[in-house]
Write a protein of this length. Structure first.
Length: 232
C-alpha cells in the first residue's frame, strides 16, 4: 500500500514540477500511438468494409489470418519490423530502426488486424434485408457504404478503442524496435519496465498512474463520442 501512495505522490510531484523528461516521454507516447492508430484506421476500416461486404474465393482463409493477427504477440510484431529494418534487411537503407517511426510501424502491425477484424465483423452482422432495401431505394454503392457505416458507427468506434488500447499498453515491440533511448524513443511503457528493472518502484508506479490517466481520458472521450453518435 505504501508503494502505491508513494507512486501516486511521485506522479503528482512530476506533473506539478513540470518534469521536462516526463512531458517529453508522454508527448512521444501520444504521438506514436495516435500516428499508428491513424494509419490503422485509414487502411483497416476500408479493408474491413471490403471484406465484410463482399464474397470472394479465399475469404474464409483471409478472415482466419485477420483473426490470428488480432492476437499477434507484440514481440512477434517487433521481431518482424526489426528484421525488415535491420542492416541486412530489405528496408535497411531507410535507417529507421531505433526511431519513433519504427515504434509506429510495430504498433501499426499490432493494431491493424484489430480494427480490420472488428470492422469486418460489424459489417458481416448487418441484416441482408437492410442492404436490399437500400439498393431498392436506388442508392449507389458509395451511398450504400456510407449508410452502412452510419449503421455500424458504434461498432467501429469500439474497434478504434480496442486498437488504441492495444498500442497504449504495448511494450515488447516498442522496446525491441525503439531501444528505449532517452530523448529519442523512450515512451511510458518502456520507461516503466526500465524503472522496475532499476528497482525504482515509486517512479514506475508514478509513470503507470500517468499512463492509466491518459488511457482513461482518451477512452472516456471516445466513449462519449461513440454514445453521442448513437442518437445523431
Amino acid at each position: 500500500m505504501d508503494l502505491l501512495i508513494d507512486g501516486f505522490t511521485k506522479a503528482i510531484e512530476m506533473i506539478m514540477t513540470g518534469d521536462s523528461e516526463i512531458f517529453a516521454i508522454t508527448l512521444l507516447t501520444l504521438r506514436v500511438c495516435f500516428t499508428a492508430i491513424f494509419w490503422s484506421m485509414l487502411i483497416g476500416i476500408p479493408f474491413g468494409v471490403l471484406v465484410g461486404l463482399t464474397n470472394f474465393p479465399g475469404k474464409r482463409l483471409l478472415l482466419v489470418l485477420i483473426n490470428i493477427g488480432m492476437g499477434l504477440p507484440p514481440v512477434v510484431a517487433g521481431l518482424t519490423i526489426t528484421m525488415l529494418l535491420w542492416r541486412s534487411g530489405p528496408l535497411s537503407d531507410l535507417t529507421l530502426l531505433y526511431s519513433p517511426t519504427a515504434i509506429v510501424l510495430a504498433q501499426f502491425l499490432v493494431s491493424l488486424p484489430i480494427i480490420t477484424g472488428l470492422t469486418s465483423t460489424a459489417f458481416q452482422q448487418i441484416d441482408p434485408k437492410l442492404r436490399l432495401q437500400i439498393k431498392a431505394l436506388g442508392a449507389t454503392k458509395a451511398q450504400m457504404v456510407w449508410l452502412l457505416l452510419k449503421e455500424t458507427k458504434i461498432a467501429i468506434f469500439a474497434a478504434i478503442m480496442a486498437g488504441l488500447g492495444r498500442v497504449l499498453a504495448e511494450v515488447g515491440a516498442a522496446m525491441m524496435v525503439g531501444g528505449n533511448i532517452q530523448g529519442e524513443t523512450r515512451i511510458l511503457t518502456t520507461s516503466i519496465v526500465m524503472e522496475v528493472s532499476k528497482g525504482n518502484f515509486d517512479v514506475a508506479i508514478a509513470l503507470s498512474f500517468i499512463l492509466m490517466s491518459l488511457a482513461f481520458f482518451i477512452t472516456f472521450l471516445l466513449t462519449f463520442l461513440q454514445q453521442r453518435t448513437r442518437y445523431s
